[in-house]
Unconditional design. Structure first.
Length: 134
């Protein structure tokens, strides 16, 4: 096979990937600050103090919908680690939306990182909200 044939075969997929990347980039710029601004100031502090060890009290339909959208966000966040966008923050938001075993320990691991804390507080400062209580 020549290179021209390979490029011709791959080009449509690259174009779709470029459009998806651009869309997730702009959606992340809008939705992530909105979501972070809606969290209470002591959300992560309370999470650290009383590590929830309970099953969600949601109905099965709500649980499936939350995990579906959380999975989409998780995939987008992983892609944003290599493409333009706020990858780590998107992954954090996706984990907050989803319900799975070990969720809270993983979220606590992510928010224990200084770079994540600074990013979250910077976004809240831009939204004229109080910084998180760590």
């Amino acid at each position: 096979m020549s290179i021209d044939v390979i490029v011709t075969a791959i080009l449509p997929y690259l174009q779709v990937l470029a459009v998806v990347s651009l869309c997730t980039f702009f959606l992340s710029l809008i939705l992530i600050p909105w979501y972070i601004g809606r969290l209470s100031v002591d959300y992560f502090y309370i999470l650290k103090q009383q590590l929830p060890d309970r099953r969600p009290r949601s109905s099965l339909a709500v649980l499936i919908i939350r995990n579906f959208f959380g999975s989409i966000l998780l995939i987008a966040g992983i892609l944003m680690l290599f493409l333009p966008g706020q990858g780590i923050l998107t992954i954090l938001i996706s984990l907050l939306c989803m319900a799975f075993p070990g969720k809270y320990q993983f979220v606590l691991y992510l928010i224990s990182r200084q770079s994540v804390q600074r990013s979250l507080d910077w976004i809240r400062k831009k939204l004229q909200r109080s910084p998180f209580r760590w």
